[in-house]
Ligand binder design. Structure first.
Ligand code: DAH
Length: 337
């Protein structure tokens, strides 16, 4: 009876030990056969039932059986250890290490950080507003006529009759002026949306920084001085710039600021359409109607405003010719900054 059991267990053990491939499997085997409630100790428990005449012989057989299994186990164990050691020895410590790449801020964030730094140095604070904006703040309060083309479905993502994804950061001016009495001197960065065909020059979403300064006696000369100082700090002291008359519903007079083309340095090329100049922002003196709409006394206060696209500002600084690269997250592009 006991001898039968020994035979069966021996057969299973021999079969199982041959298929051991790693330390975990070997340990499972150890638990199954040698642990306190394992199969081998259970055989010794059966010894109690044997007659005193049988006991010495059966005991001897059992002991030999246990030693045999234990030896087989030890063999496999040392084989596994050998394999582990030779693998360790194969480690070539002269091989170059694995280089892990350190992440960095996205170039748009870096650009915005620099813009903020420059304007903070000139006394501007930073404010933000929501991307989902009322039609009133995005257009009406900014003096857009009811039939202004910018309201057209072609350009604006309407969310409902009264709400839009803001098409520019200018509505944050309205929010700020409604909340705060003059003097106000702030920049307002954020995401804006336009329903335009995606191309190298335009994207359905991009970033702008709005600027606003309102106080008594703010002049156009201050606007020019501030923006010239910004452009020189951002692009370098030898920068050439000019202001060109323009039109925006919320400023009067309005202007656009150009800087020398970064490709041809002013000689004229394809990028600047042979003009030698590239536009970097829109600006002007806040229209008295806008002051009316936010409850500012337009006899007492004057102010200037400006707005620039962060992608455009970065493209001109780094010579990037396709706006889509900012949003594709191609590592080859990102790692350059
Ligand atoms: N909101 C204008 C745009 O998206 C940019 C702009 C122009 C903002 C003139 C201003 C400004 O504050 O005075 O094109």
């Amino acid at each position: 009876m006991l001898q039968e059991k020994i035979k069966l267990i021996n057969k299973d053990f021999s079969f199982e030990i041959k298929s051991i491939k790693d330390a975990k499997q070997l340990d499972d085997l150890r638990v199954k056969y040698f642990s306190k409630n394992g199969l081998v100790p259970s055989l010794f428990a059966l010894l109690k039932e044997a007659t005193s005449k049988e006991k010495p012989l059966l005991g001897k057989i059992l002991n030999e059986f246990r030693t045999d299994l234990q030896n087989q186990f030890d063999n496999v164990n040392s084989q596994l250890n050998d394999i582990k050691n030779t693998n360790l020895n194969k480690l070539d410590l002269t091989l170059p290490g694995v280089i892990s790449n350190i992440g960095s801020k996205h170039i748009l964030t870096q650009t915005l950080d620099e813009i903020k730094f420059i304007f903070k140095g000139m006394g501007f604070s930073v404010h933000e507003g929501p991307e989902l904006e009322s039609d009133y703040n995005n257009f009406e309060a900014l003096n857009f006529a009811q039939d202004h083309p910018a309201r057209d479905m072609q350009d604006t993502f309407f969310v409902s009759d009264d709400f839009v994804l803001r098409t520019h950061t200018s509505p944050v001016q309205i929010r700020l002026m409604k909340k705060q009495k003059p003097p106000v001197r702030a920049i307002m960065p954020g995401r804006v949306y336009r329903n335009e065909a995606v191309s190298s020059r335009s994207y359905c979403m991009f970033h702008q920084v709005e600027g606003l300064y309102v106080d008594t006696d703010v002049t156009f000369a201050e606007l020019k001085g501030t923006l010239a100082s910004f452009a020189k700090q951002f692009y370098g002291d030898d920068l050439k710039f000019r202001f060109r008359p323009s039109f925006f519903p919320f400023t009067e007079p309005s202007a656009e600021m150009d800087i020398t083309c970064f490709i041809c340095k002013g000689d004229g090329c394809k990028i600047c359409k042979q003009s030698g100049w590239l536009e970097i922002l829109g600006c002007g003196m806040v229209d008295p109607n806008v002051f009316d709409n936010v409850g500012y006394d337009n006899e007492k206060y004057t102010g200037y405003a400006f707005g620039m696209g962060i992608e455009r500002i970065a493209m001109l600084k780094f010579g990037i010719t396709d706006i889509r690269v900012f949003f594709e997250n191609d590592y080859r592009f990102l790692k350059q900054f």
